[in-house]
Design a protein around this ligand. Structure first.
Ligand code: TRP
Length: 355
């Protein structure tokens, strides 16, 4: 990503570690195996593309092995009905493939289809305390939000399930957003304790933070998300995209500038266009100048639709052949099952549960 003009913020420890990791990956891509994924709660959007999907494709092109999971079981933690899952899961597979995750090289699968992931939960749950899972920020938020009583026991074990996702494939690299760092810390803890108690099998996976700056939704207030109604879906049409951007919030100042603190809504639109055009946000703001919100929106619409056009064309092609799309997932599931089963055999051997 070439957003150069803004002064770089000072790097904190996880960002430092990620920068060092990037250098190591470039030197020896074959030494890394990535496991990452998304919960299928609806169409992936441009925030996913710019924040993580393009990063995955970049790593795939560098020659890193890539496993991408559709976290369909995680949907159970925050949604009562799973009726829409088949549609959402296949839609997500289409989004992945259209974005450039190549099913020939990468393994795209649904974690509910890999029995060994569930099996690993048993020893892994024995390696963490109730207090440790309860202080996971995501879990804590859920418990607080629902007053505790409505929180399922599955919610409490969710970070451990995610550890099983990662360790089942002995992945050593997990590209994630900052909100996922506590999950990764717990995964490392589980790997370390397993090693201490039973022997060497699991690497301690590293988090890899994306360098992309944080994009907000079209309201300029919250994270981009489907439920917030502020997201540009990858699968949307050019017209839908134009309509969404036309409705985006701006402010009353005519001159367009990039000032994220003082003008979050306008600056977020400027950033969106800048990311889509691989330009600095300041250059985009200057180009619009005194054109006001309507000129800004026209430019953003053009930039987003141009960036998404090839992906959307590929996606349209893919969904024309649902049988192929399904075959991609089934092959991925099969490959993932074989890999995770190997891990389970090794786990049983180390735990003396082989008879
Ligand atoms: N928790 C992640 C999310 O909400 C999805 C996820 C599930 C995941 N298992 C994972 C991410 C393993 C990375 C590694 O988006």
């Amino acid at each position: 990503m070439s957003v150069h003009a803004a002064p770089a913020p000072p790097l904190d420890a996880p960002a430092h570690r990620s920068a060092r990791l990037e250098a190591q990956i470039a030197r020896d891509p074959g030494a890394y195996r990535i496991l990452t994924g998304d919960r299928p709660t609806g169409p992936l959007h441009i925030g996913h593309l710019l924040g993580t999907l393009e990063n995955r494709v970049r790593l795939q092109e560098l020659g890193v092995e890539l496993l991408v999971l559709v976290a369909d079981y995680q949907v159970l933690t925050d949604r009562a009905s799973a009726r829409r899952l088949p549609e959402d899961v296949l839609g997500q597979v289409a989004d992945y493939a259209a974005a450039g995750i190549d099913p020939e090289r990468a393994t795209i699968f649904a974690h509910s289809q890999v029995e060994a992931v569930g099996q690993l939960m048993v020893p892994f749950l024995s390696l963490v305390s109730v207090a440790e899972v309860a202080r996971n920020p995501t879990v804590k938020e859920e418990v607080t939000a629902s007053g505790g009583a409505a929180t399922s026991a599955l919610m409490l074990t969710y970070p451990v399930h995610q550890a099983a996702d990662i360790l089942a494939f002995r992945a050593n690299l997990v590209p994630v957003g900052r909100d996922q760092l506590p999950h990764l810390e717990l995964t490392r803890t589980i790997a370390r304790r397993f090693t201490e108690r039973y022997g060497t099998l699991f690497p301690e996976p590293e988090a890899l933070l994306s360098a992309a700056p944080r994009l907000l939704g079209l309201d300029g207030a919250r994270k981009m998300g489907k439920s917030a109604g502020n997201a540009i879906a990858l699968r949307g049409s050019a017209d839908e995209t134009a309509r969404l951007i036309r409705r985006a919030k701006t402010d009353a100042e005519r001159r367009i500038t990039f000032e994220p603190e003082r003008r979050p809504e306008v600056s977020n639109l400027v950033l969106l266009a800048a990311l889509c055009r691989d330009q600095a946000p300041e250059a985009v703001a200057q180009e619009v100048g005194d054109g006001g919100a309507s000129a800004l929106k026209a430019l953003v619409t053009e930039a987003v639709n141009a960036r998404l056009a090839p992906l959307r064309a590929r996606r349209a092609e893919l969904v024309r052949d649902p049988a192929h799309l399904r075959a991609v997932l089934l092959e991925g599931n099969e490959r993932a099952r074989a890999r995770a089963a190997d891990t389970l055999v090794a786990v049983r051997r180390l735990m003396h549960t082989t008879y």
